[in-house]
Design a protein. Structure first.
Length: 82
């Protein structure tokens, strides 16, 4: 299986992933930052994708985990500041 180009992956999946980030994070700026971070992660870890699922499913899971971690960090930060 040949490795897809990151630009092709980004063009195909970025709109869906951006919507997912916006839904989970609730802030357009945070969602855009997360989108870029997610695709940097995808680029770094695409070699670990085994093909057990669709590429979109894997990227969606990476995005969900990334955004949930951001929410947890935000909650922790707010608790420490209170």
């Amino acid at each position: 299986m040949s490795r897809p180009e990151l630009g092709d992956i980004y063009r195909r999946y970025a709109p869906l992933i951006h919507r997912r980030c916006l839904r989970l994070l609730g802030d357009p700026d945070d969602a855009l930052d997360a989108l870029h971070d997610i695709f940097l992660t995808v680029d770094a870890k695409i070699g670990t994708f085994r093909g057990d699922s669709e590429l979109m499913t894997w990227i969606y899971r990476v995005a969900t985990n990334h955004c949930l971690n951001r929410v947890r960090q935000r909650t922790t930060r707010l608790r420490l500041l209170a």
